[in-house]
Write a protein of this length. Structure first.
Length: 179
């Protein structure tokens, strides 16, 4: 099932970008962008129950073609969540992604992403902490509304990691400055 989901997400990201690569940048996006996302994440460390985290994520990307971009992200957890007497915190998450856009209107597109993420989380009980980190395949999808050639807004779901000792997914809203 996991291999099927990975292959599907990667194929979708490439297909979305390729299907509109022949158009002349229909969304008016510039070649580079800088964004900030406010995300609500769900984190599960080593079999603990799910914890919630607020995660600001800085995004820096570049359109290789009209509808295909590469993007780097770096984020950190701003709070911890208490689960069964244990404080669980997302310390950081970062990675690189390939994003394929499919324009649906002159100022709106949907997209899929696929890439690699690394994250670190900490569990603390009675002042004793244990941290774990892992990396793995990431996938997601979203929508983007271009307000002007320099500004766009987006909503996104990202499944950053699904490893045996670390599961991380997030829903976020993004503001992007296109340059």
């Amino acid at each position: 099932m996991k291999k099927h989901a990975l292959a599907t997400a990667a194929s979708l990201a490439l297909a979305l970008g390729a299907s509109s690569a022949a158009t002349a940048n229909p969304l008016g996006m510039q070649t580079g962008y800088l964004g900030l996302s406010a995300s609500m994440a769900e984190l599960e460390l080593k079999g603990l129950q799910q914890a919630d985290a607020t995660v600001p994520v800085l995004r820096l990307g570049y359109f290789l073609f009209d509808s295909i971009a590469i993007e780097g992200r770096a984020g950190f957890g701003t709070d911890s969540d208490r689960v069964n007497g244990i404080d669980v915190e997302l310390d950081n998450v970062y990675g690189g992604y390939l994003i394929g856009h499919l324009p649906l209107a002159p100022t709106f597109s949907v997209y899929a992403l696929a890439g690699i993420s690394r994250a670190e989380g900490t569990a603390t009980v009675n002042a004793i902490s244990s941290s774990t980190s892992t990396s793995g395949f990431s996938w997601g999808f979203g929508g983007e509304l271009v307000l002007s050639p320099a500004l766009s807004l987006g909503l996104e779901y990202t499944h950053y990691l699904n490893e045996s000792d670390f599961d991380l997914s997030a829903v976020g809203a993004t503001v992007k400055l296109n340059f």
